[in-house]
Design a protein around this ligand. Sequence first.
Ligand code: S3P
Length: 185
Amino acid sequence: MELPIYLIGYMGAGKTTIGRLLAERLGWHFVDLDEAFAEINGLTPAQYIRQYGVEAFRKREKDCVEELSELPIQKVIYATGGGYPCWEDNMECLKELGTSVYLRWSDRHLAQRLETDSTDRPLLQGKSGKDLQEFVAWQMSGREPFYAQADLVIDAPLSRKEQLSAEDDEELAQYLYERIRKELL
Ligand code: S3P
């Protein structure tokens, strides 16, 4: 039996877009946990956070990941919400449930990607430019020790690039596919 793969990383790391491309290449199922959360609860994570607060969201999110892990589906890639691995014992849970893969980017690239991403994210609301970059750097310093516990850490090979482009997600998905085939499967 192939254990599920959990993609983890900060908001804007491409867990959903790259995860989907990766699943296509592997011929595996793909589940976006933010989307699954919305289907189960009738509210998107952003709506849930605005209505009930972050603490309540984290509890619900934890339950959802556990509930979904009990479904009898094989060969599945999950894209987790960016804050999930950094709460309580969630990182340990992920490592028990499957294989975790961290999509690592520099703070500067994350801020750059988030600047052009239209996903509704209450934690980043109203932040752009220097503010956004400083917030990402501050939050990443607390989250990185959790993310770094992943079974496989993938540094985007384009991490030295000054400007990112639309082809980057395809390139990263292909790189991830090759690393996963070689190191995990
Ligand atoms: C969050 C990330 C979001 C979503 C929620 C909180 C976070 O998911 O779960 O808004 O705390 O990093 P993405 O990482 O898919 O944006």
